[in-house]
Design a protein around this ligand. Structure first.
Ligand code: LMR
Length: 393
């Protein structure tokens, strides 16, 4: 039976992990997969996570099943972090999920049951796994205009025009902040105008929240969700705790489905629980228990916000550092978008051929689209990165 299966090429993002690890050259630089790194190139467990884990080990009495929707204290704390009271609680179905990807996948299952012929409109470009993940679940995906590669900026007019052409009732996938892969987000006035179009056209927002806290702060980064929550009857929000809690491999995420009223909420909750039951039955608990403990304890929460602020600040500094180094090594090229972009990513604006030479000749790794993970930059390697980029330019 398995003779019929072809060997697939490595995943565009995950494939780089092994390739980089197996590269014996020095210096080498990993600007590939989106994980936070400190100046030493490490992704340490957050201090606050370690403390919560210790407390959890000491106090947890059972590891018995909780249920398909995960623990209520996690779901409620994440709901408040996301919506901050901008929507009535009895309208929101909520589930803890295995990471943001698990949340997207469960959302896809619920959408397929509610409206099997719906199209999901995703920004062009979007996270490399959005289309395989949601498309693989059976949804039809189409692009809307987003990035102007020439100007290295948001094509705002093009985006509005494109959204206005989407048929009523379709679903629009938005990145709440730190757009992956471009790092270019709408500002608040632009988000309001985007919300106007969604309301006018009766489109359903589906918001991916993978980087809350990495652009400006926890509240500002949830702006579009809170703006939309007061204005649309229905929306979907998929959260990830991978980056802002550094819980990548523990797989912690959340799904919120905002419905018209409490009876619709009950129906959606039962359907979503059933989707989970038919895929993975129940989510892993450990990371979610840690997040719930942090969010529900004043001291741990304050310390988490401080650590998160430190990560955000380092990313901002590294953007500036690379920008300045490129200005010196590659004069005549405009890299000003590097400091306008937010969060972990932006495009360098290189061709796949130039990206491949960076890897082959200089051991500098990035995704083919020339998306770089800013967290891979440090004062020690920025010179090597800038000189290598200047050479391939
Ligand atoms: C990324 O875009 O690099 C991250 O979201 C990790 C992933 O799973 O792709």
């Amino acid at each position: 039976m398995f003779d019929s299966l072809n060997l697939l090429p490595p995943d565009a993002i995950i494939g780089l992990i092994a390739e980089y690890r197996n590269d014996p050259r020095e210096p080498k630089v990993d600007l590939g997969i989106g994980v936070y790194r400190n100046a030493a190139g490490e992704t340490p467990v957050l201090d606050v996570v370690k403390r919560a884990e210790r407390r959890l080990v000491d106090t947890q009495l059972t590891k018995s099943y909780i249920g398909s929707a995960g623990p209520a204290d996690f779901n409620e704390a994440m709901r408040d972090l996301t919506f901050a009271g901008t929507v009535a609680n009895d309208r929101v179905a909520m589930l803890q999920t295995p990471g943001g990807s698990g949340s997207l996948r469960v959302a896809a299952g619920v959408i397929l049951r509610a409206r099997p012929d719906a199209t999901i409109w995703a920004s062009d470009p979007t996270w490399a796994n959005h289309v395989p993940l949601l498309g693989g679940a059976g949804l039809d995906l189409q692009p809307y205009t987003y990035y102007d590669a020439e100007k290295k900026a948001l094509n705002f007019d093009g985006m509005l025009e494109s959204l206005r052409e989407i048929p009523k009732g379709d679903i629009v996938l938005l990145h709440t902040c730190c757009h992956n892969p471009t790092g270019i987000d709408p500002d608040e006035a632009q988000w309001r105008a985007i919300a106007d179009v969604l309301v006018e056209r009766g489109l359903i927002p589906f918001v991916d929240v993978a980087y809350q806290g990495f652009a400006a702060d926890l509240d500002a980064d949830a702006f579009v969700i809170r703006e939309l929550a007061g204005r649309v009857p229905e929306m979907i929000v998929a959260n990830s705790c991978s980056k802002n809690f550094g819980l990548y491999r523990d797989r912690v995420g959340a799904l919120f489905v905002v419905t018209g009223d409490s009876s619709a909420r009950d129906a959606v909750q039962s359907q979503a629980n059933n989707v989970v039951r038919t895929i993975y039955s129940m989510p892993p608990d450990h990371g979610a228990a840690v997040v719930a403990m942090i969010l529900n304890d004043d001291t741990l929460r304050a310390d988490w916000i401080e650590e998160l602020t430190g990560m955000r600040e380092r990313l901002r500094e590294m953007r500036q550092l690379l920008h300045d180094a490129l200005l010196e090594e590659a004069p005549g090229h405009d890299f000003s978008h590097l400091v306008r972009a937010k969060g972990m990513f932006c495009f360098l604006g290189l061709s796949p051929e130039q990206v491949s030479r960076l890897k082959k000749d200089h051991a500098v790794y990035m995704v083919d689209s020339s998306r770089i993970n800013i967290a891979g930059i440090s004062p020690d390697n920025v010179g090597h990165i800038a000189r290598s980029v200047a050479t391939v330019l």
